[in-house]
Design a protein around this ligand. Sequence first.
Ligand code: KIV
Length: 273
Amino acid sequence: MKLSAPAIRARKRRNGDAPIVMVTAYDEPGARYAGAAGVDMILVGDSMANVVLGLDNTLGVTIADMCHHVRAVSNAKSNVHIVADMPWLSYHVEIGESVRNAGLLVRSGADSVKLEGGRNRLGVIRALIDAEIPVMGHLGLTPQSVMSFGGFKVQAKSLEAAKQLTEDALLLQEAGVYACVIEGVPGIVGTRVTEALDMPTIGIGAGPETDGQVLVFHDLLGMTNRPPAKFVRQYADVGSVITEALGRYAQDVRNGSFPNDSEAYANPEALLD
Ligand code: KIV
């Protein structure tokens, strides 16, 4: 059964609940495989910029790009909660425009939206929730902040920064966010933020103690063009399987063994004369 935002909000490991399993997907096959594998949530992440479009960061993705991919994921009808990333600049300029942009994601098939940032995003988060759109937060190494962070750097390494992150998480919770991604922080920070909150945390590079985990589809399947980050566990080498299969196809075409008779349509009698 598809989990609703309130059902996810109620999941907490300290209450004996199972960890939340989230994976990204960007198209119908990916969402179909994720659904068949029994994940709890699919994130249509703006990491699409990196792993699908081959960009160096997520800043090049627009709301139209996200809607296009949310529609594809939704077409899988996997019966899995779909959370869609609000891309950079789709929620930073004006609140009315932000609500309309989130509405476009919902109309494309999202069950909730995710946006990055803490205390500086409370206004827009409240407006989205007021428009009946469930919101997931995202704190720590927020990739849309790559320019202001000066790169993709582990966050909350000082006591002050860890306290600020915890305060931000509490503010998001108070504003009505139903869950929060915590990315790229020392494990102790993932643990302490999770302890401080009633809503679940979903970690990526935030240690083992968060209420759930999320990984990027292409990272965990071995389909990226760069070495995986420290926190990635690669469960398969699908990239090698694809390269090997395409190589055999190319070889068979070149040596004339593909297609054979059984892979061609039968010739009608009328044409044989
Ligand atoms: O876009 C994305 O894939 C994400 C995850 C890294 C959490 O935001």
